[in-house]
Design a protein around this ligand. Sequence first.
Ligand code: SAM
Ligand code: DTB
Ligand code: SF4
Length: 338
Amino acid sequence: MNAHANPRPAVRSDWTREEIAALFDLPFNDLLWQAQAAHRASHEANAVQLSTLLSIKTGGCPEDCGYCNQSVHAETGLKATKLMDVRAVLQAAAQAKDAGSTRFCMGAAWRNPKDRDMPAIVEMVQGVRQMGMETCMTLGMLTEDQARTLADAGLDYYNHNIDTAPERYDQVITTRTFEDRIETLEHVREAGINVCCGGIVGMGETRADRVGFIHALATLPVHPESVPVNALVPVKGTVLGDMLADTPLAKIDEIEFVRTVAVARITMPASMVRLSAGRESMSDAAQALCFMAGANSIFTGDKLLTTDNAGDDRDAALFARLGVTPMAAECKVELAAE
Ligand code: SAM
Ligand code: DTB
Ligand code: SF4
């Protein structure tokens, strides 16, 4: 932890939309100044946490998320697979650990896991934990019982994104509701698993939608421990990928993306903010601005779940240029202990 030159900002769940809109409206330098101050007060200034993703069950998902190439409703030609073998998952985790990653995130293209899948999922969590890595799963909606089973297995984090503003949810996904998402998040919280929850920008939304998205996260009774901010990876054959190809002006500009990261940092000061999907097509300078704005976690490796990621070589070169070092373990642990 760096010297606390700045007072640690209070963690609040009573943000108003007006306050959040006012942050987005700040002159860019003022916004980044505030975000950097909030960042330094609660986190190591120059350390970035590394997580690695693995798709343990790809494609064939019955949900109709407009951004996702794993939906059966998308025409992307992606081959659907069965749930991976536990041994193969543990091998991939060992590789990620060797590459310096501290958290292994396993994702399945499911609406929800079936109870018959749970024993293999439990083995994966236990196996990865035994290697000394933090574990994260993202499997879709969970019942209370399933959340408890994962907690008992030792799962550290569950990723379940709200993805967009509540008022815009049904324009992006129609096969479930925003409230369904919140219900699973409650099950995860109640089971005592850390929450990883964020969403996607660059889906053709307005500034007001981005305000609504951050507002929904920052007013959760307890902020998510991790907040992934994804930039849409436009995949041909998905509703949103095709829409963006037809209306390139809808693509989010990099400065607005950095603003979104900064507002997430200011409103959720104790959370880890993860610069997630979309880094592959982002310039090094834009990524540097995201770190300046308070992003302190990334996904490493050549692949996210199914699409390309920046890759370890490019990340190592960027970290060296920026004097950024990989975080050994989350400072969250220290924060919680104070
Ligand atoms: N099926 C589970 C679910 O939706 O919760 C877990 C996997 S799903 C792929 C996890 C998250 O990946 C989504 O909530 C979304 O935020 C993100 N995602 C999926 N496709 C994306 C894309 N093309 N661009 C950016 N983010 C994407
Ligand atoms: C999150 O918010 N982003 C990650 C993780 N949680 C599971 C997934 C990004 C997926 C990007 C599209 C793909 O590679 O399939
Ligand atoms: Fe299925 Fe998740 Fe993709 Fe939605 S985001 S289609 S739930 S895999």
